[in-house]
Design a protein around this ligand. Structure first.
Ligand SMILES: *Cc1c(COP(=O)(O)O)cnc(C)c1O
Length: 399
């Protein structure tokens, strides 16, 4: 029968404990309402707890009152308003970049850039742990895509020495499932040496790291000119939605003229652009958000170490606790939910087989007591898993 694979693959997912479903929750930053219970939320990407900030809600409402709901057209028709223009100006000043293009999502921004720039004579080089939106786009473009071992600079150099007319290296600033950071200065040195371009996807660094929340590049002292394509999203630390691609005036001109995902889509609602601009201003006016988050990260790491919980080498808001097996991870997530903590289990194919994990994330609204309570429950849960005969690290060879 036609499209038989649909039910077959769903059944396979279920049998492997890899089946997924959306769950309706009500997220209020620090807390999440889940099946009539109010749980502490350690799963979101709203790192600065801006999504619920009253100032931001008001800004979006004022934008709605001024501009109405939708933008009404694509950017090149009539969808681009003075709200979009003002947001672009704010970003250019904030990040010290010459030009910026707005997108409705980070997913589409990544697809757009790769499709736009890479032809079959080109070489695309990606960190092995790059986000699905980048890897998937790379699989669809005609360029030769190769990956280098995560953060392995000698492997990157080996890849760079391969042939290709235009070479593009892509790394995340902060890796979304591991929380560790790319050695950007070293990557810049190599891309320069091999005359390649560098693209950094800073979805999890923007707002969180660096002075004024400018992100991974600023934190690591990288000059904006050394990162040819700076991509960031507005749906995580900035608490809204949408994305940007920053670069030279020529690059943004080229996007505006030739990128189909940019041209043939309705521009983001102007009120949303107002809200994003307000968010960028707010996070700079309220540096305590970033400071509190960094404090919370340190508190979590210290408490976990004291409890003997093995955590990943991450200095960011993403603090994964790697369990290994899918079942063991699901059981632990369930046990934590029963005790009032919401931590999502992340399983393959989002992460490599055998490295299922609880992706613990911290936000600036967590209190020290929240974090200590989570760590205590985690330690008990991990001990419980061991009692139930579940190995915490049943690595497979499939990596
Ligand atoms: C979330 C994410 C994206 C996608 O951004 P959206 O705006 O949510 O579509 C892209 N890259 C990375 C690294 C991400 O974590």
């Amino acid at each position: 029968m036609a499209f038989d694979f649909i039910s077959a693959q769903l059944a396979e997912r279920k049998s492997q404990h890899l089946y997924r479903q959306t769950t309706a929750v009500q997220c209020q930053g620090r807390l999440i309402q889940y099946q009539q219970a109010s749980l502490l939320n350690f799963s979101g990407n709203d790192y600065l707890s801006l999504a619920q900030a009253p100032e931001l809600v008001t800004a979006w409402q004022q934008g709605l009152a001024q501009y109405g709901c939708g933008s009404g057209a694509s950017a090149l028709v009539t969808g681009y308003s003075d709200a979009h223009y003002a947001l672009e100006q704010t970003i250019k000043e904030w990040l010290n970049v010459p030009a910026v293009a707005l997108f409705n999502s980070g997913y589409s921004a990544n697809q757009a850039v790769l499709k736009l720039l890479l032809g079959k004579q080109d070489l695309l080089i990606q960190d092995k742990l790059n986000h699905a939106s980048l890897i998937e786009a790379g699989q669809y473009v005609a360029a030769n895509m190769v990956r280098f071992r995560h953060n392995d600079m000698s492997h990157l150099e080996q890849r760079l020495s391969q042939g290709g007319e235009n070479k593009l290296v892509i790394s995340e600033g902060v890796f979304s499932m591991d929380g560790d950071q790319a050695p950007l200065a070293e990557i810049v040195r190599l891309t320069r040496q091999y005359q390649a371009w560098l693209m950094v996807d800073d979805a999890h660094g923007i707002g969180v790291l660096g002075p004024h929340g400018q992100g991974s590049l600023a934190q690591q002292g990288i000059h904006p000119q050394d990162c040819h394509i700076h991509m960031a999203t507005f749906g995580k630390a900035l608490g809204v939605a949408g994305a940007m691609v920053a670069g030279t005036v020529d690059l943004v001109d080229y996007i505006t003229n030739f990128s189909k995902p940019y041209i043939y889509t309705t521009a983001m609602p102007p009120a949303q652009a107002v809200a994003i601009k307000a968010s960028i201003e707010l996070l700079q006016q309220q540096p305590w958000r970033q400071q509190k988050l960094l404090q919370n990260i340190a508190t979590f790491k210290q408490a976990a170490q004291q409890e003997g919980i093995e955590i990943a080498p991450s200095e960011t808001a993403i603090q994964p606790v790697i369990i290994g097996g899918n079942n063991a991870t699901l059981a632990l997530a369930q046990r934590l939910r029963e005790q009032g903590f919401y931590c999502t289990a992340i399983r393959p194919p989002t992460v490599p087989p055998g490295s299922a994990r609880l992706r613990v994330t911290l936000c600036s609204a967590h209190t020290t007591a929240d974090i200590h309570a989570l760590v205590t429950a985690l330690a008990q849960g991990l001990a419980g898993n061991a009692d139930a005969g579940m190995t915490n690290r049943e690595f497979s060879n499939e990596q």
